[in-house]
Design a protein around this ligand. Structure first.
Ligand code: PMP
Length: 431
């Protein structure tokens, strides 16, 4: 869309006019008040939290909901007849319904709670991959995947003799669509790609990929970890087979995530882990498994975290998402424009469709030094390979510094990042 285009410096400056900045700052200040941690002082400076790609912060309503659960309702779910257990079960299953609606899944039978995106991918590997893929089959992954969407498929390849092939990426950081089309030979049984790259910020054309794959009977496994926090996701509109994400990148608690899977596939897959809750009956001779989605949820689940995720979804649903999407895009344009003025700085990932994330290197300065110096000014960014080593290899850099924004970040914070980066370049004498 036009909104996601990287634009020229003049246009960016014009777009982020004083009026726009003033008006949005007022609206964003109201939102920021809901996030107590944003008031932290770090190293005697106001915290500038630009590590949302790793974990987003939780609003007070999520913190309160989790606390209320522990204070008033805590009990184990599903099996109890007493009041607390029924309340806990109701809150837990209400959250599942909230997730279902949030991603527009057709049924809550298709919403499985996992411990996060990594766990969701491992579930697909263990239960779908090991059952339905065999020697001679191929799975395609892209060059911009997080390790969570590479290593399980590597393990599958090692174990089953499945071939792992890589969709290359262009210099800008988009999937090389021509090569991708050529890779779609009859042996390809699955395509595993992210909706948004955590290392580059690129938004991939998932609907198009799913359309192409569906025509060929190829199963699509989508890593949505970096997408759900930035824009609405509709799994039916995308037409994907599996979609994974984590609550902690969606302003919810850690330790909980989701795997959406189409019922047709889930119902044919064996269970993930054995134990309580995933069974209907057990004897030493015969075990019958529970219905979807419980078949994939053995043992006591992360109850408070699931309820917290539900509260995070309630919170997000209460926001003006269209406004915030546009606002985040302006933050991206502004950050791109400002950072381009830092001496020796090179942005890695310049796709026209990006979320509000800027990955960069500075000539002659190691990213870890950048991260430490920024931290002295209270500016939190992530440095390293971002669990995407093939991306680092592709751009021939050992690591990058990544500033990843959320809707509560401000233009002033981008200025603080810029000022701190100028300190780095002065200190290291970059010009
Ligand atoms: N995929 C992507 C694109 C990610 O950014 C992340 C988190 N950095 C993951 C997968 C893994 O998520 P989690 O650690 O919550 O399992």
């Amino acid at each position: 869309s036009e909104r996601n285009c990287i634009i020229s410096m003049e246009t960016a400056q014009a777009l982020v006019s004083d009026e726009y900045r003033l008006e949005t700052t007022r609206r964003i200040e109201q939102i920021r008040r809901q996030f107590p941690i944003l008031n932290r002082i770090v190293n005697d400076k106001s915290l500038v939290y630009l590590d949302n790609g790793a974990s987003t912060q939780m609003p007070q309503s999520v913190i309160q909901t989790v606390s209320d659960y522990h204070t008033y309702h805590h009990s184990n779910v599903h099996r109890g007849v007493h009041t607390l257990s029924q309340e806990a079960t109701q809150l837990f299953e209400d959250s599942r319904e909230k997730v279902r609606a949030f991603i527009n899944a057709p049924s809550d039978r298709e919403v499985i709670f996992t411990s996060g995106t990594t766990d969701s991918m491992n579930l697909v590997y263990q239960c779908w991959g090991r059952t339905f893929m065999k020697e001679g089959d191929t799975i395609l992954v892209s060059n911009m995947e997080h390790h969570a969407n590479i290593v399980p498929w590597y393990m599958l390849a090692q174990e089953k003799g499945v071939t792992l092939k890589v969709i290359p990426i262009t210099e800008e950081g988009t999937l090389d669509i021509d090569v991708f089309k050529n890779l779609l030979t009859p042996d390809v049984k699955a395509v595993a790609v992210n909706h948004v790259s955590n290392a580059l910020g690129t938004i991939n054309p998932i609907k198009w990929i799913c359309d192409v794959c569906r025509e060929k009977g190829i199963v699509t496994i989508i890593d949505g970890a970096q997408a759900v926090g930035h824009f609405p996701v509709d799994v039916q509109a995308l037409g994907c087979d599996f979609y994974a994400f984590s609550s902690h990148k969606l302003h919810g608690p850690t330790g909980i995530g989701v795997l959406y899977g189409r019922e047709e596939l889930l119902s044919k897959m064996p269970p993930y882990r054995g134990g309580g809750d995933m069974i209907l009956s057990v004897s030493f001779d015969k075990v019958t498994y529970n219905d979807l989605p419980h078949k994939f949820e053995a043992g006591t689940p992360a109850i408070s975290q699931v309820i917290g995720l539900g509260a995070a979804i309630d919170y997000i649903n209460g926001l003006d998402r269209a406004f915030l999407e546009e606002y985040e895009h302006q933050l991206l344009q502004y950050a791109t424009m400002k950072l381009s003025q830092v001496p020796g700085l090179r942005i890695i990932g310049t796709a026209s469709e990006k979320v509000s994330l800027v990955s960069f290197v500075i000539k002659g300065v190691h990213p870890h030094d950048i991260g430490s110096i920024l931290d002295e000014d209270g500016v939190a960014v992530r440095t390293g390979h971002h669990c995407a080593q093939p991306v680092m290899e592709r751009y021939n850099v050992p690591a990058t510094t990544r500033a990843s924004m959320a809707f509560y970040n401000t233009f002033d914070e981008i200025d603080a990042l810029y000022d701190a980066l100028l300190k780095v370049t002065t200190l290291f004498d970059v010009n």
